[in-house]
Design a protein around this ligand. Structure first.
Ligand SMILES: Nc1ncnc2c1ncn2[C@@H]1O[C@H](COP(=O)(O)OP(=O)(O)OP(=O)(O)O)[C@@H](O)[C@H]1O
Ligand SMILES: [Mg+2]
Length: 399
């Protein structure tokens, strides 16, 4: 008991005493910095499109895409905040609703959020979608200004619930009320436009803005600006920022990843009572983040995929080499019997193996076995200790 108390007090003390961070929040994903290096052209483009709102006319709909961590959300929020400030200065009616479709993941939630941005209260559930829509129209009719709706991470909504909601929102302007509604849709799935209804696609894609991945030098600038706000002077060793930038650029130029590395490296330095953040701390941060991502991926796998992964681990522990689809299937069927789950066909298991490969947890290489046809040879691609940890609840049932 005492031991735990002392331990936790130590943790509090080392963070309280630490002189590493000046403002740690400046590295958090929700923080919108004053400067967004290497996004000038996207800011100008979006600003130019939305500027029409300041003259009281409806801006074109905008479709924004780019890989994860390329600044889509940060730039959009940045431009919208400036726009509404300017509108207030000029006394023009401009409002916006920002909706993250991964959090508000049903058409009802999306409409309820839009209603809320217009100051209309809608219960969490209970009304029909048509009723919420009617209330929004009524609210817009009273408001009469320009209203911009941002649908961020749109893919997660469309892929599960279809594009009816977009169709509805695009039609608001044709409902015979005095209102100017524009949509900004944001996604990291380049193929999203292709799966939309052609009518929706042509109205949404009036303006398209692409956010390319950052390279290592660009990430370095981004980190330098953020680090100035987040860390006390002289705390970062010289090579820390270039290393974070290089590690993040090696994947796909994701600024979130680069910032996470820097933040976690700072936290590790703090925990270790160090007064400097060093490259060693960055390397530790890298493996900590890697570990957490793998854990999350494995824990969120569907049950059948977990059983398949467990079968692969067991084969590896028994030193079976090479591990083929046939081996996996036979261990898998045994496991299903032990835990009382119905077995899928070998074909479905092959699909699951491909999905595990896409997630980077295993590699499944197709090899020819002469007249016996082809099979896949499977290898575990991540630190197996992490897999064991992620599957540990399971392994106790089946061992
Ligand atoms: N040019 C930049 N300057 C400073 N910070 C940036 C820049 N670009 C991105 N960031 C920061 O990187 C992080 C990720 O950016 P953001 O959330 O905008 O990415 P995104 O493109 O919306 O990614 P996702 O598709 O995963 O939603 C945020 O903390 C953001 O503030
Ligand atoms: Mg985003």
């Amino acid at each position: 008991m005492w031991c735990t108390m002392e331990y936790i007090d130590d943790v509090f003390l080392s963070v309280l005493r630490s002189k590493i961070f000046k403002n740690r929040d400046a590295l958090s994903p929700d923080y919108i910095p004053e400067v967004l290096p290497h996004r000038e052209s996207q800011i100008r483009r979006l600003g130019g499109i939305l500027a029409h709102a300041l003259k009281g006319s409806k801006p074109g709909n905008v479709f924004i895409y780019g890989l994860t961590g390329t600044g889509k959300t940060a730039v959009t929020k940045f431009v919208l905040r400036r726009l509404t400030l300017k509108a207030r200065e000029l006394n023009v009616a401009v409002k916006y609703a920002y909706i993250n479709c991964r959090q508000s993941d049903t058409p009802y939630r999306v409409l309820a959020d839009i209603a809320e941005a217009l100051g209309i209260r809608v219960p969490f559930t209970g009304l029909s979608i048509a009723e919420v829509y009617r209330r929004i129209l009524r609210g817009l009719n009273e408001y009469k200004g320009v209203f911009i709706i941002v649908l961020d991470e749109l893919d997660s909504l469309i892929k599960r619930k279809g594009d009816d909601i977009l169709y509805k929102l695009l039609r608001v302007n044709e409902e015979g009320i005095e209102v100017k509604v524009s949509l900004i849709c944001i996604t990291n799935d380049v193929k999203l436009l292709e799966i939309l209804d052609p009518r929706v696609r042509s109205s949404l894609g009036e303006e398209e803005i692409i956010f390319p991945p950052y390279n290592a030098l660009e990430l370095r600038d981004i980190l330098l600006f953020r680090a100035k706000e987040a860390f006390n002077d002289g705390v970062l060793e010289e090579d820390v920022i270039p290393l974070c930038a290089a590690l993040a650029a090696k994947e796909h130029g994701d600024a979130r990843r680069a910032l996470d590395l820097l933040r976690v490296a700072g936290e590790i330095a703090e925990r270790e009572n160090s007064d400097k953040v060093t490259c060693e701390h960055v390397k530790k941060a890298y493996s900590e983040i890697e570990k957490n991502t793998t854990l999350e991926v494995v824990k969120s796998l569907p049950l059948q995929a977990k059983i398949v992964l467990h079968a692969i681990l067991l084969l590896e522990e028994k030193n079976v080499k090479p591990i083929t689809t046939g081996h996996i299937y036979s261990v898998y069927t045994n496991l299903c019997k032990v835990i009382g789950v119905s077995c899928l066909t070998q074909r479905r298991i092959s699909d699951i193996i491909s999905q595990l490969d896409t997630l980077g947890l295993i590699s499944a290489e197709i090899v020819s076995r002469g007249r016996y046809g082809r099979t896949r040879v499977v290898k575990i691609n991540v630190d197996r200790k992490i897999l064991v940890e992620a599957l540990k609840d399971w392994r106790s049932i089946t061992h």
